[in-house]
Write a protein that binds this ligand. Structure first.
Ligand code: FES
Length: 106
């Protein structure tokens, strides 16, 4: 975990219901703009190897494109099999209309 905040995008770049992947210090992270707000999580599924950003975002449910596991974007918890391990979450803040993320839950 670091305390370095990375400015990734303008809020207006990612509409509600959309998500976008970013490389942060070599880590693949997905930023989700859900109806419940903004969240950042690891972008690699905890089940096998798939990029969550290539799946779907339905409300607060992030759905893996490969085998369909789903996770809660608010805390990374597993909502649906076959994954059993939560996705790591990262700190996210909105500053001056921009999305900033720092690795780690803080
Ligand atoms: S890789 Fe995501 S559910 Fe299997």
């Amino acid at each position: 975990m670091t305390d370095t905040w990375h400015r990734l995008a303008a809020e207006s770049d990612i509409a509600e219901g959309r998500m976008q992947a970013f490389d942060i210090e070599g880590r693949d992270v997905v930023v989700c703009h859900s109806k419940e707000g903004w969240f950042a999580l690891d972008n690699i599924c905890s089940h096998a190897y798939a990029r969550m950003s290539e799946g779907r975002l339905r409300g607060c449910r992030l759905i893996c494109p490969l085998h369909g596991a789903s996770f809660d974007v608010r805390d990374g918890s597993v909502l649906g099999a076959p994954a059993t391990t939560p996705l790591a979450v990262h700190r996210l803040r909105l500053v001056d209309g921009h999305v900033e993320v720092a690795l780690g839950a803080g």
